[in-house]
Design a protein around this ligand. Structure first.
Ligand SMILES: NC(=O)c1ccc[n+]([C@@H]2O[C@H](COP(=O)([O-])OP(=O)(O)OC[C@H]3O[C@@H](n4cnc5c(N)ncnc54)[C@H](OP(=O)(O)O)[C@@H]3O)[C@@H](O)[C@H]2O)c1
Length: 298
């Protein structure tokens, strides 16, 4: 095991906290965790993690916050409020990592972030990857597929209404759990790999919405049908149900990408990095039955 100081940015988020847990469990480190809110990581500071304040919007502070790190996990931020903001944050973080002496950046990206992708956030990921490539540093791009965990928000309504409405057509998605993404990220950060690697991080199979509806029908004990609508109709429907227009457009762009097959590739990255097979959609949904079917509490 390497003793290179390991840096995790955005460490108070869901993924960041779990990566910290996994790094501690494998005895990796020393570990530096940066966050906008160090108080939120007091529990990790008490366990020996060097918790520091860093806000990618405040570039001047970053080199100091990243000092001493040899390998860094750059967790993409959630700053989607203004076009260009998130990319500027990532570019500032990359410049600061290089200035601080980081040699290898692990970055949480998106599958197929090419210019033709309908997925609206693809450009941020593509340009962030380009900035890391241009930095001259070694890297591992972890192109995380859609989190299976997002189902916990979207599927209860589908089960209740009996309709799984999306704009995915017959497109399949290689959903991956956030836990498996964290396992892959912790391993990619802790292992002393060198060079330049681009890896799709996926679940064990690609699932269509027809297959998902059939699975939901089985788990819920009542019929759920898949209804695929055009992306603009999906946006109108979501806005009609109270979702802000930008969020509706983001979700619909993912559906357009899925319909085109942008998220369908299945890889063995999770197994190769973490040593265990990724969790299937069926196993994840079965483990979360109580959330999906709250009224029945089964
Ligand atoms: N694959 C998927 O399905 C999927 C779904 C949702 C999101 N994502 C992406 O994956 C990332 C990690 O997922 P998650 O579940 O951990 O999301 P999350 O819990 O929402 O965490 C968002 C992270 O962004 C960081 N962040 C926000 N603004 C920042 C800033 N100005 N400077 C530095 N860091 C900033 C936060 O760090 P601090 O609060 O610690 O400063 C936080 O850890 C997300 O941010 C998003 O880019 C992927």
């Amino acid at each position: 095991m390497s003793t290179t100081p390991l840096l995790v940015t955005g460490a108070s988020g869901h993924l960041g906290r779990r990566v910290l847990e996994l790094l501690l469990a494998r005895g990796a480190g020393p570990i530096i965790a940066t966050t906008r809110n160090p108080d939120s990581l007091k529990d990790f500071a008490a366990r020996g993690v060097d918790v520091r304040r860093a806000d990618f919007d405040d570039e001047a502070s970053l080199s100091q916050a990243f000092r001493g790190a040899g390998r860094a996990l750059l967790i993409s931020t959630d700053a989607l409020d203004r076009p260009g903001r998130r990319l500027a944050q990532h570019q500032a973080a990359i410049r600061a990592m290089k200035a601080a002496g980081v040699r290898h950046i692990v970055y949480t990206s998106l599958p197929n972030p090419h210019p033709g992708s309908p997925i609206s956030v693809a450009a941020d990921h593509r340009e962030t990857e380009a900035a890391i490539q241009a930095s001259g540093l070694d890297f591992t791009f972890l192109r995380n597929n859609l989190y299976t965990d997002l189902f916990l928000h979207s599927l209860p309504a589908a089960i209740a209404s009996g309709q799984l409405v999306d704009a995915r057509g017959t497109g399949a998605t290689a959903f991956v759990t956030r836990e498996d993404c964290a396992q892959a990220a912790a391993a990619a950060l802790a292992e002393p790999t060198t060079g330049r690697h681009t890896l799709d991080v996926t679940g064990p199979e690609a699932v269509t919405s027809d297959e998902l509806a059939a699975l939901l029908s089985e788990l819920a004990g009542r019929k759920v049908v898949h209804v695929s609508v055009p992306p603009d109709a999906l946006v109108r429907g979501m806005v009609g149900h109270g979702l802000p227009q930008p969020a509706a457009e983001l979700y619909a762009s993912f559906d357009a990408g899925i319909q085109k097959g942008e998220l369908a590739t299945v890889t063995d990255t999770v197994k190769r990095l973490s040593g265990h097979a990724p969790q299937s959609v069926r196993d994840f949904l079965t483990a979360h039955r109580a959330v999906l079917l709250p009224a029945r509490n089964t």
